[in-house]
Ligand binder design. Structure first.
Ligand code: FES
Ligand code: FES
Length: 127
């Protein structure tokens, strides 16, 4: 199948690949896609004002999943947790021009950021 330019760009030059060491200001989301078994780990580093300062990901999956998580790490930087929580997979899919069979790859990214935010809130005793 044909990948869009934006998918290829993020796939070939993924942004923010890596891992933070666990600590109080880190939230980690680890999610899997039932449809294909791909796995995504997304981490956020949050400052005292509740703003995401940095984000990193590692995705064991297809090009669209890698591109979705790469794009998402760019989008969440500088956002508050509430703002980041409202990013929709449909916005990711639209930006990357994902075809219908690849929509679940963007869902994985939305699930991952939600899981990371909820992990962070649990650590802070807010959830
Ligand atoms: Fe997940 Fe292609 S189906 S890597
Ligand atoms: Fe399953 Fe992309 S995450 S094919």
């Amino acid at each position: 199948m044909a990948y869009s330019e934006k998918v290829l760009d993020h796939y070939e030059n993924p942004r923010n690949v890596g891992k933070f060491d666990e600590s109080d200001d880190i939230g980690t989301g680890m999610v899997g896609a039932p449809a294909c078994g791909d796995v995504m780990r997304l981490q956020i580093k949050v400052n005292e004002s509740g703003v995401i300062e940095d984000a990193k990901f590692k995705t064991y999956g297809c090009g669209s999943a890698i591109a979705s998580s790469s794009l998402l790490t760019e989008w969440v930087k500088g956002k508050t947790l509430d703002e980041a929580e409202h990013i929709k997979n449909t916005e990711i899919a639209q930006e990357l021009a994902l075809p219908p069979v690849k929509i679940h790859c963007s869902v994985l990214a939305e699930d991952a950021i939600k899981a990371a935010i909820s992990d962070y809130r649990k650590k802070k005793g807010e959830a």
